[in-house]
Design a binder for this molecule. Sequence first.
Ligand code: GDP
Ligand code: PGA
Ligand code: MN
Ligand code: MN
Length: 617
Amino acid sequence: LLDHPRTDSTLEAAQSVSPGADAERPADVSAWVAELAELMQPADIHWCDGSTRERHELLQLLVSNGTIEQLNPELRPYSFLARSHEADVARLESRTFICSAEQIDAGPTNNWADPVRMRAEVTDLLRGSMRGRTMYVMPFSMGPIGSPMAKLGVQVTDSPYVVVSTGTMTRMGTAALDAIAAGAEWVPAIHSVGAPLAPGEKDAAWPCNDTKYIVHFPETREIFSYGSAYGGNAILAKKAFALRIASVQARDEGWLAEHMLIIKVTAPTGRAYHLAAAFPSACGKTNLAMLSPSIPGWTVETIGDDIAWLRIGADGRLRAINPEAGFFGVAPGTSATTNPTAMDTLWGNTVFTNVAKTEDGDVWWEGMTSAPPARLIDWRGNAWTPESGVPAAHPNSRFTVSARQCPSIASTWEDPEGVVIDAIIFGGRRATNVPLVVEARDWDHGVFLGATIASEQTAAAEGTVGELRRDPFAMLPFCGYNMGDYFAHWLDFGRRLRRSARVPRVFQVNWFRKGADGSFLWPGFGENARVLQWMVERLDGTACAEDSPLGSIPTADGLNLDGLDLSEDRVRELFAQDKGALLAEADDIEGFFATFGDRLPAELDRQLDLLRRRLAD
Ligand code: GDP
Ligand code: PGA
Ligand code: MN
Ligand code: MN
């Protein structure tokens, strides 16, 4: 593997070195791969089987290429550190395109490009783009293989880093290919880092291209990604398929593909509840998914931390699966106090990207310990001290780890039927205006809360950190069609739920409200269990709530604050609703809604009107 030929060897020669027998492969996948090989001219083709041995060989290859280095095995067994190119550190929303036939079907929130022209443009870029590299063919399943909710895909890539990552994040390999051979539909995804190698040319540690594209053809369910190896742009099973393409499939097939974590909450009574929560990237999903409750008698178990697929089950109830198999989590801020479960998950078998390295060969990031080590190697590979004045880990540095390794993983996390969802939560990162928790009046009001979520930008995508923007349902970067139609789909889904079974309650939360001194008013993390307690007690009808313009909020003694050192003033600030500021926000929502023109459901205009009336009272 280490001396694989860096030549323009012919396709015939390439295929002769690939493992497995052609005859066992689905003919349509083989034909597609052959066509792509002719276009992209790889030196080799490798059909991934998803085995541990294959993963091991790829990790060794990545070490010898200089893409990753192994961490100290005594401190972090079988774990690796990747340092990306400095300009390939986050999702690129400005380079993400939804190429529906009609621009109106991409809607005002997506970059649209004409599908015929875009196909020609990316085909040109892909011509010869894998020269000197191996093309890896990765069959994968999103959702447990055989689940009625699972969907299949095949991604080709010339990045072994992407293969290793996809192997963690999805069910990748032979079993998925077998399911395709048995007749399952599959979504094709093409990825190239866009860095062909001339014979004898030395490879970059992190090959990529200044020109980047993440392109989706929603009508034909196809994905193209070029120039980046960053997870969110390159692990196409995740954001590109399980959200952007799947949201379109979900619209057409009557289900929901959402940017949501899923948890199982068990009360001291022994009764269990399942909650799904949508927050924008780097706004607390992984932390809530792994929450270790500060309040006695409560447990939270993890089912998923980023994506949920929800449908109405045969029993008429709302059921959800986590289509992924791993976590691609934000490192900074993760510590033994904020998220001990994540720290335990990361004990080994983890690939870290763009974190800092300690002198003894372990990892470090801002917030992992209260005081930073005296000396580090920063994410760029430079010597670092606390006086350096720059973060040691990139703010969007990540860990990639198997969900199986998570000590709080629920025994039901791979249930092919999914778990029954009792409540849905929307949230964002808001320094002002939005209370700690409110409960929607009903499903339609909940859809209004989801549709009007705004959040301060984070380092998870390019852009100005801290800038407030509307991020409806935390799906702004991930909805593969017109979001006006998406809102209508949610409203319609509620009507279908009402006909068949109990409709889940909807809540909105904000862990990030700040006081006048600029500090967070709410301690967050494990203390968020107190908010979960209020929610499940609302489901049971035991928690007290009072009406407010934004929705129902806990009464003065409704929220369990036992043992929490939080002044009454701060609690009041957490729930304060400044009518002037909220009316200004309503004006902003009106402007946002107007961008959808006649694709905006009338019900949302009605909800805005109701909000204004309640604020005017
Ligand atoms: P995700 O990208 O939505 O999964 O968000 P994460 O759970 O990875 O969290 C993103 C960042 O927000 C991390 O730095 C966390 O430490 C921080 N964070 C998560 N939950 C809370 C919380 O309840 N309070 C505060 N203050 N920060 C949080
Ligand atoms: P996150 O996942 O939501 O956990 O940050 C990655 C992303 O959304 O880009
Ligand atoms: Mn995400
Ligand atoms: Mn996350």
